[in-house]
Design a protein around this ligand. Structure first.
Ligand code: FAD
Length: 455
């Protein structure tokens, strides 16, 4: 095949793979059905190799789909137009740790647990935790966040500088090592969350922060989602510095009990974590306990030592697998929205009611401290079930947009959310298209993602 032979000639040996197993592995991502085989998978080991691939692809109009850990959930990595899947996981070196400047420089294939393993010895960490073993390149490209976003923000808040190979094959560096800058356009922000549609990130300079001196965790069951979400909203509005905050619906706790043999109260449950000094976390726990009781919490279990904290969060950590085990043979359909925090209770209640009305057991997880929640539906091959699931998701998004929210708080657009872009962004979609056309004139970078096709 010409594409394989050309790339094999341009790159060092062993970088190009067309074996069936590797092509299949790169045909789809998590929680998205469509599978399309790439023509080749390339595993670059250096920025210069990425640049060689992109120069070739630009010249020959070959689609390129960057891939990290392939854990994204909206079809981001499906090579819908074939071509090259560019797998960055072999570019996995931590290039420089500078604790004195509170930063670390990494290649895109490094996973966030590895960054934390490396920085722990300096008393530092990168606090964004999306749960799956995602790569930093993938996290920057989706602007991932997760359970700790309520306190620590999103991946984009930690990106100081990037090295990017543009779709025409030039290597550019954007950003700097200063803690702040008012210079030029913010191109770090442009490439953050671009889902690989504007170029390939080959190096990331990340800000890191101090590990907390003390931490406390709590698990709090509530009679229903309304009480649970109103509790969280009240806690955040009162300025209590919650570090992590997750809501799990009663059905998911039931699945966890069946999966792990535990006996947690099968009620909507809020998981909390606080970071600070010992006196501070004790005070935070006291305020949270008092507030929880005013919202009719069934209990308030709390702990401060690491093993106890791990035990308290156990149900949350096993939830995804428990929900899968409760739905054998079915495929998952996972999605997220985010709303202004005051609109969270109604958004969650509406989504749960809609699931019931359409015949689904909801699996709802909310990073509720920042108004973001996820829904996982499990589907058989029945086309009517797929139609009903889509109706639930459409309503969730419609509601989020109608109250000033967004169709995705952290998972990204991928393929599945493109249909909401026009409504969410209106006339500013034209500016996005102008940027895309300027950087990627032949539309080779991750085509069919992020922006709806121009009709
Ligand atoms: C069980 C589970 C739980 C999850 N929980 C969360 C959560 O709580 N919060 C959250 O935010 N996400 C969550 N996710 C989604 C996922 O982990 C994130 O989207 C993550 O950031 C993807 O990283 P990745 O390395 O897997 O990237 P991939 O899935 O490989 O790629 C993601 C996107 O980035 C692009 N890309 C990858 N690397 C590069 C690069 N170097 N340059 C340019 N573009 C690139 C790809 O083309 C694609 O568009 C979850 C996923 C699973 C399976």
């Amino acid at each position: 095949m010409k594409l394989r032979d050309d790339l094999a000639e341009l790159l060092p040996a062993g970088r190009v793979d067309t074996s069936g197993a590797v092509l299949t592995q790169h045909a789809r991502g998590e929680s998205y059905d469509e599978a399309v085989l790439p023509d080749v998978v390339v595993f670059p080991e250096a920025t210069a190799e990425v640049a060689t691939v992109l120069r070739y692809a630009h010249r020959n109009r070959v689609p390129v789909t960057p891939v990290g850990a392939n854990s994204s959930l909206e079809g981001h990595t499906v090579p819908v137009r074939g071509g090259i899947s560019l797998d960055l996981t072999h570019m996995d070196r931590i290039l420089e740790a500078r604790p004195e400047d509170l930063l670390v420089v990494v290649q895109p294939g490094v996973t966030y647990p590895r960054v934390n393993e490396r920085m722990r010895r300096h008393g530092l960490f990168f606090p964004i935790d999306p749960g799956a073993h995602a790569t930093i390149g993938g996290m920057v490209s989706t602007n991932a966040s997760g359970t700790a976003a309520v306190r620590y923000g999103t991946t984009g808040d930690y990106v100081l500088a990037l090295e990017v190979v543009t779709p025409t094959g030039e290597t550019v560096r954007v950003g700097n090592r200063a803690r702040k800058s008012s210079s030029g356009y913010d191109l770090c922000a442009l490439f953050t969350g671009a889902e690989g549609t504007l170029g390939v990130i080959t190096e990331i300079t990340l800000r890191v922060v101090g590990l907390p001196e003390a931490a406390a965790a709590a698990r709090v069951p509530f009679p229903d989602a309304s009480h649970a979400t109103r509790f969280v909203t009240q806690l955040i509005q009162a300025g209590v510095p919650v570090a992590r905050c997750e809501l799990i619906d009663a059905g998911s706790i039931r699945a966890v009990n069946a999966y792990s043999g535990t006996a947690y109260p099968e009620e909507t449950t809020v998981f909390l974590e606080f970071h600070g000094n010992p006196a501070g976390v004790d005070a935070d726990l006291a305020v949270a306990r008092e507030t929880a009781m005013t919202f009719h919490a069934g209990a308030f279990e709390a702990g401060t030592d690491p093993a106890e904290r791990e035990r308290l969060w156990q149900a949350r950590h096993t939830m995804f697998f428990a929900a899968g085990a409760a739905n054998p043979g079915k495929r998952s359909f996972v999605t997220d929205v985010a709303v202004p925090i005051s609109r969270l209770p109604e958004a969650v209640e509406r989504a749960l009611a809609n699931c019931g009305a359409h015949g689904f057991d909801a699996n709802l997880v909310g990073h509720v401290g920042d108004g973001n929640f996820h829904l996982a539906l499990f589907l058989s091959d029945d086309p009517d079930e797929a139609r009903r699931a889509q109706a639930v998701i459409d309503d969730m998004v419609d509601h989020a947009l109608s109250v000033g929210g967004t169709c995705t708080g952290e998972h990204g657009v991928g393929i599945r959310k493109r249909k909401y872009m026009e409504r969410e962004h209106g006339a500013s979609l034209a500016s996005m298209r102008t940027i895309k056309a300027a950087l990627d004139p032949h539309g080779i970078m991750n085509p069919g993602k992020k922006l709806p096709d121009v009709s």
